[in-house]
Design a protein around this ligand. Structure first.
Ligand SMILES: [Zn+2]
Length: 93
């Protein structure tokens, strides 16, 4: 089904949302659009980072860790769409 080869830009763990969420996680997603999942240590990371399940209005659930000082999240599919738009023909915004 999924091919690991196409995921050169977005790491595959970003899409590994657990199929079953706890009630607390579902409530937090509903109220805050994000829910803490676990700490994850990846190659190249100096320390484990908190991983959240985050809800994209267009693409549904994905995994991410807080970026920057404000701790924002980036949907990998939105990110890919934006990146492919920049690569391809420039669309007027
Ligand atoms: Zn998205």
């Amino acid at each position: 089904m999924t091919t690991e080869t196409v995921q050169t830009t977005v790491p595959s763990w970003r899409f590994k949302v657990p199929p079953k969420l706890t009630l607390t996680q579902r409530l937090k997603l509903l109220l805050l659009s994000r829910a803490y999942l676990m700490h994850l240590k990846r190659p190249g990371w100096r320390k484990p980072l908190p991983i959240y399940i985050v809800k994209c209005k267009r693409h549904g659930l994905y995994l991410d860790y807080p970026h920057g000082f404000r701790g924002y999240f980036v949907c990998p599919r939105c990110w890919e769409e934006e990146a492919s738009q920049k690569r391809g023909e420039k669309q007027p915004c």
